[in-house]
Each structure stands twice: as structure tokens, then as C-alpha cells.
Ligand binder design. Structure first.
Ligand SMILES: [Mg+2]
Length: 311
């Protein structure tokens, strides 16, 4: 089957910058692709790279789209190289939309984790999210001085209702000593802290494996498993704690499906700040492949004006 193909790039400013250990992120740019089949049925997909996280750059994604013919086939889509994981996701999910019955799509049973701002701003923000129904929160650490952040954690734990769960995300920004301090601290709050995400940089895999065996607080790999090849490598090297999967940049949905069906992994699905198009495709995968009750990391609506941008 042949499909008419077109695309355009879009950008959206966050209502407040996303601050992580990687820096300050103010504008989300992505590429929206459009496929039309021979019957005239239309479908959209989204390519939303985060190059500092391990995917291709926006420019590489645009270059790829520019060199494609106006008419493409599913063979072209399944041949997208692994160096373009966000493109693999965008094109394959657009293709799947054409082939599937939309009524079977249901992800309303999923719980969402709400993203708190870094630093002490979190102390004034969780209440709003709690009122909106969030029971799980994520807070970025490794952004400010550790003593200050540990003190804020104490306050946050004191303030949060007992049934709330907190995830800490260091974005690979801790050193060995800081990681141990955080894990020791979190071991005191087994009921409140769900896990620490990516305490050390990607090249410190064996250190994180050791930490995950030593401390009772769970560790989730995120940057270390940004793409499918990394995910497969970490699994083969013995990682059995949590994997954070960002469908928008991890790569081919069909390969991801296969991997998750072959291996019983503890997984948390997470957003890449995509628009409604990428979000729907990512949540569909999350609903299909989640085998646990962990909240999905898609509670980021408050980072966009109004709701998630519709294009
Ligand atoms: Mg993370």
C-alpha cells in the first residue's frame, strides 16, 4: 500500500521552563507527519525528539522527512534506521492509526504522575495537582545544592498526604556520594518514595546496578534506556529494577511491543512533552504494555497553555 506523505514542524513555549540537570528547556519543537491512504483515510504521527536525552535532533528528523518522496510505503517506514528513533515512533504510530480501529483505544484506567517544579517551588505546587486527582508526583533533584534539596524533601514528605507517592528524578546528575546520600535518605521513607530515577550518568551502569542491589529504595533507569538498543543492553547486563520508557523517543513501537512481550520488565511509561498526537500513540502503547500499577509519567498538561496542544 502507498501513502501520501506530508509534514510540518511546530513549536510551543512551555508555560514555565522545564528545569532538569540537563539545563533549562523552554520551547518544545516537533514534527507532525500526515499520511493519507488510497481510500483517502488520513492519519497523523508526531516526531518529538529530545537529542540531549539520546534521540536524534530535530534537524536530523526534518532532514529525514525532506529526503522522503511524497508517496511512501510501509517498507520505507519499517526501514527507518535506529539512529532515528523518534522518527520510527512517529511514522509507525501514524501507520498503525490507519490500520486500527480507534474504538478499541482505551487508556482511561491509567494513573498519572504529576510533574512538580524543581526546588522549593514544588512545595507550593503539589496541592494543585493533588486537587486535580494526582496521587503520584515526580520531583527533579540534582538541580540545586544537595543540602538544600534534602531539606526540601523533608518538608515535602511532611506535607504530602499519606497515600501520595513521590518519585525523585536526578537526570543522571548525582555523583556516587550524592547518590548514596539520597538513597540512604529515601530508605527512611519506604512508603512515600516510589523510586529514584537515573541517579548517575549513563556511563555508570555497573555502579547503578550495585546501588540497586544495596539499597531498598528502587532505582529506575531513564536516560540509560532512552532507545531500544540501550534498553536491550541494560536488560542483558542484568538490570531487573525499573525501566522508564519514553515511547516518543525509544524507537519502533512494534519492536518495543515485542521486547515487552518477551521480557517481564517493571516499566514506567513517560512523556517527552509531545502534543496530543504523540501523546495518544504513546498512551496507547502504555495501556497495552503496562503490566503493573505504576502511574504513567504523562502528568505534564500544566506545562502547556490550556491543555496539551492540539495541532
Ligand atoms: Mg527521568
Amino acid at each position: 500500500m502507498k501513502y501520501q506523505f506530508s509534514f510540518r514542524n511546530i513549536s510551543q513555549k512551555f508555560t514555565r521552563p522545564v528545569i532538569t540537570n540537563h539545563g533549562v528547556w523552554e520551547i518544545r519543537e516537533s514534527v507532525i507527519i500526515r499520511l493519507v491512504d488510497m481510500t483517502g483515510k488520513v492519519s497523523w504521527g508526531e516526531i518529538a525528539p529530545i537529542s540531549w536525552f539520546g534521540s536524534e535532533t530535530l534537524e536530523e528528523a526534518l532532514d529525514f522527512c525532506h529526503q522522503l518522496p511524497r508517496e511512501i510505503t510501509s517498507e520505507i517506514i519499517f526501514d527507518i534506521p535506529n539512529q532515528l528513533p523518534a522518527c520510527q515512533f512517529g511514522f509507525e504510530s501514524a501507520l498503525e492509526n490507519l490500520q486500527e480501529n480507534h474504538e478499541s483505544l482505551n487508556y482511561h484506567h491509567l494513573n498519572f504522575s504529576g510533574l512538580l517544579p524543581a526546588g522549593k517551588a514544588a512545595l507550593n505546587q503539589w496541592q494543585n495537582l493533588w486537587k486535580q486527582g494526582y496521587k503520584t508526583f515526580k520531583w527533579k533533584i540534582g538541580v540545586n545544592d544537595i543540602t538544600e534539596e534534602l531539606a526540601i524533601l523533608n518538608l515535602l514528605i511532611d506535607q504530602l498526604p499519606e497515600s501520595a507517592k513521590l518519585r525523585l528524578d536526578a537526570n543522571g546528575g548525582l555523583d556516587d556520594n550524592a547518590a548514596k546520600l539520597w538513597l540512604e535518605k529515601c530508605d527512611n521513607f519506604p512508603n512515600q518514595i516510589e523510586f529514584i530515577e537515573q541517579p548517575l550518568p549513563v556511563d555508570k551502569f555497573s555502579e547503578m546496578l550495585e546501588l540497586s542491589n544495596y539499597y531498598s529504595t528502587k532505582i529506575a533507569l531513564d536516560e540509560s534506556v532512552a532507545t531500544l538498543q540501550q534498553l536491550e543492553n541494560c536488560y542483558q547486563q542484568g538490570w531487573r529494577s525499573i525501566f522508564v520508557i519514553k515511547p516518543g523517543i525509544v524507537g519502533s513501537p512494534s519492536r518495543l511491543r515485542k521486547f515487552c512481550q518477551q521480557h517481564q520488565i517493571d516499566v514506567v511509561f513517560s512523556s517527552v512533552f509531545e502534543t496530543a498526537i504523540g501523546r495518544q500513540a504513546a498512551l496507547k502503547l502504555a495501556a497495552e504494555l503496562s503490566s503493573n500499577n505504576r502511574a504513567v509519567g504523562f502528568g505534564i498538561n500544566h506545562y502547556f497553555t490550556g491543555s496539551i496542544p492540539n495541532v
